[in-house]
Ligand binder design. Structure first.
Ligand SMILES: Nc1nc2c(ncn2[C@@H]2O[C@H](COP(=O)(O)OP(=O)(O)OP(=O)(O)O)[C@@H](O)[C@H]2O)c(=O)[nH]1
Ligand SMILES: [Mg+2]
Length: 190
């Protein structure tokens, strides 16, 4: 190869995308702890979230650097008003309940209603937390996933580091696929 051809090689531009992922579910189900495990790899006992929290992490997907911007909504009722305002423009949602407290599963319909009023038809994965203590996987879960056309169900534990990375990687993949399909459709219609 000649010197001339070497110097004409342009550096390959890095391909990047930012995806907004929101976390919803009752207070104390373990949303913040799940994010902490994903970001830092550690189990960090957390305080109740006041309002919202925010975290980012880069992951590689098909040669593209995806920046996941993760919005961690407080589960307490008094902070619910923040969801419509700050969920705008989200690409996907992790909907979490606590496997040790069935009431948190039965509140999921309310979370979904709030979410769907304020976002496009975004992909949602259902996550059962704390499966180091209790395992919650039954017909009700299956029906819920089918009825609401969710991406699926993952039983997890931030404490024992069970399936935490899998949850975020699955969502990154699904959100990215949805976004690229949407832009391909838009190009077809112009
Ligand atoms: N055993 C066990 N406990 C967990 C797990 N994940 C979280 N916890 C505990 O559950 C409690 C609540 O966790 P958080 O992450 O603060 O819950 P949250 O959903 O963010 O709560 P809000 O901020 O109030 O909405 C904490 O005491 C955690 O240590 C887990 O996988 N296993
Ligand atoms: Mg929290």
């Amino acid at each position: 190869m000649s010197v001339g051809s070497e110097s004409s090689v342009e550096p390959k531009a890095e391909r990047k995308a930012i995806l907004k992922l929101i976390m919803l579910g009752d207070g104390g189900v373990g949303k913040t702890t799940m994010i902490n495990r994903f970001i830092s790899g550690s189990y960090i006992p957390s305080q109740m979230t006041i309002g919202t929290g925010f975290a980012i992490k880069n992951i590689m997907l098909e040669g593209i650097t995806i920046t996941l911007s993760i919005w961690d909504f407080a589960g307490e009722e008094r902070f619910r008003f923040l969801v419509p305002r700050f969920s705008e423009g989200s690409n996907g949602c992790i909907l979490a309940f606590d496997s040790t407290r069935p009431s948190t599963f039965f509140h999921l319909e309310e979370w979904l209603e709030l979410l769907r009023k304020n976002t496009d038809d975004i992909p949602i994965v259902l996550v059962g937390t704390k499966c180091d203590i209790a395992y919650f996987d039954n017909e009700l879960v299956k029906e819920f996933v089918e009825k609401h056309k969710l991406v699926g169900y993952i039983a997890s534990s931030a404490k024992d580091d069970l399936r935490i990375n899998e949850i975020f990687e699955l969502m990154a993949r699904v959100m990215w696929t949805k976004l690229t399909e949407k832009s391909a459709q838009m190009r077809l219609h112009t």
